[in-house]
Ligand binder design. Structure first.
Ligand code: 5AD
Ligand code: SF4
Length: 470
């Protein structure tokens, strides 16, 4: 530490769950970085291990318990090692996490990270363990710029918490009330990412991004307008919105502004109005379908993805069939599909018995997955022959001579690097836009040929040996 109180300051952070947690881990790394800590890639090199946890489904908890057990041997080898549990599970279980025989020194909820370096320091200097799981109505970590840039992409949190209280969801209890971050600090963060970190695309994050609201009336569309006008960011995406906050002016802004990507993650959750009512989702099957129709009318090339839960309490076979029908009608490009798991504190747990048998849940999940897999593959096949503007992100997973990027609508595209270039040339291309003609596809990926000779907006590669006709 800068004050010299301890000599070994190596931090290892492992993140579970959503992008919001990735962002929060970035805040934590920044706070520790400011205290002289360096981040290490392996837990066995660390003096402080932090697990930033998720509580959204049962499996998320189980994974963390397993992981903590596997850290026991490090703690035995090095009793000075500090292990902390952060995030939603910490908020949810609080003190209880200390009494489980797991190697846990510290439990801290998502609104308490400013205190974290000091609490760790107190533990390291023998002042005891800590639990802090107070939710705040105002914390947005406004001025802290997290370390979360990945290549030319970055996340920027614009709001925290959620007031929707969907009956299955633990988030309002682990992340507290909805609060929007000051727009000046958001614009400043995006500006800094573009200027100092060569970021080309930001994803605006929040549990409920499109209910962003400032006292002066600035809404989500207004915020995006400001970012478009006041920064040179090439692309803006967002996740996750709620279907109830899609005013026409927001959709029009997406349709008009090329830099505001045509990709909407629109959680359906269920296709039956009865189930939606019990889920406390304030839309019906019909109004969801109307919204999808309106989106497709304004943005025919939109990428539409969703979240769906099967086996919610009381879901009948007929109601599940309604979900299949809506999925068929909406033609989502991709879906995250889950079987319901009861969560502590939630309204569903209080009001309904978890009465759909496990084997029925599993059967419905597998039928839904197989329908969506075939619809998604069909949608990918429709892309063959089209030309997309792709933002170059990096090399493909399989080979460094193939590069990858995403279409405006969010689909992953792999294409051969320009002839005569190698991995060393990637940096001058990363974050640039290139037209790619799609030639084939697999289930999750499009494959194509980049038109290096063309120069779509913003494409300016200046390498001596590139094959670009400038
Ligand atoms: N059981 C199953 N899935 C859930 N999700 C949230 N809570 C639960 C739960 N208790 C899903 C929802 C949400 C996504 C992030 O996780 O589909 O949109
Ligand atoms: Fe959970 Fe519903 Fe809020 Fe999403 S909108 S975080 S599902 S309560």
């Amino acid at each position: 530490m800068k004050d010299g109180s301890t000599s070994a300051n190596r931090l290892f952070v492992e993140t579970y769950g959503c992008q919001m947690n990735e962002y929060d881990s970035g805040i934590v790394k920044r706070l520790f970085g400011d205290r002289g800590y360096s981040t290490v890639q392996s837990e066995s090199d660390a003096d402080v291990i932090l697990l930033n946890t998720c509580a959204i489904r049962e499996k998320a908890h189980e994974r963390v318990y397993g992981r903590l057990q596997s850290l026991n041997h490090l703690k035995r080898k090095n009793p000075g090692l500090v292990i902390g549990v952060l995030g939603c599970m910490a908020q949810n279980l609080g003190e209880d996490l200390h009494g489980m025989g797991l190697p846990v020194d510290l439990v801290l909820g998502p609104d308490n990270y400013r205190d974290l370096p000091q609490l760790v320091e107190d533990i390291r200097t023998g002042k005891g363990g800590a639990t802090l799981a107070r939710l705040s109505s105002s914390e947005t970590y406004e001025e802290i710029e997290p370390e979360v840039v990945s290549g030319c992409l970055a996340f920027v949190t614009i709001m925290r918490g959620c007031d929707n209280f969907c009956s299955f969801c633990v988030v309002p209890f682990t992340r507290g009330r909805e609060r929007s971050r000051n727009p000046d600090s958001i614009v400043q963060e995006v500006q800094n990412l573009v200027k100092n970190r060569n970021v080309a695309e930001v994803t605006l994050l929040g549990q409920n991004v499109n209910s962003y609201k400032m006292d002066d009336g600035l809404d989500f569309a207004g915020l995006v307008r400001r970012i478009l006008d006041e920064t040179e960011i090439k692309r803006i995406r967002f996740t996750s919105p709620h279907p109830h906050d899609f005013p026409l002016h927001l959709l029009e802004l997406m349709a008009e502004e090329k830099r505001f990507c045509n990709h909407i993650h629109l959680p359906l959750q269920a296709g039956s109005t009865d189930v939606l009512n019990r889920m406390n989702r304030d839309y019906s099957r019909e109004s969801f379908l109307t919204l999808v129709g309106q989106i497709r009318e304004l943005m025919p090339d939109v990428g539409l993805t969703t979240d769906i839960i099967v086996g919610f309490p009381g879901e009948t076979e007929e109601q599940f069939q309604e979900t299949l029908e809506v999925v068929e009608q909406c033609q989502f490009d991709m879906a995250y599909m889950f079987k319901y798991s009861e969560r502590e504190h939630t309204l569903a747990r209080k009001k309904f018995a978890d009465d759909v048998p496990e084997d029925v849940k599993l059967d419905r999940l597998s039928r839904l997955i197989s329908l969506q897999t075939s619809l998604g593959a069909q949608k990918n096949r429709q892309e063959v022959g089209k030309v997309h503007e792709v933002l170059i992100e990096g090399t493909s997973k399989r080979s460094t001579s193939d590069w990858m990027g995403r279409t405006d609508s969010g689909k992953v595209v792999v294409f051969p690097a320009p002839e005569g270039t190698g991995i060393q040339d990637l940096e001058s291309y990363r974050g640039q836009l290139v037209h790619v003609e799609i030639q084939s596809c697999t289930q999750a990926t499009l494959k194509g040929i980049a038109r290096w000779e063309e120069h779509p907006t913003g494409f300016e590669v200046a390498t001596a040996d590139s094959t670009l006709a400038s």
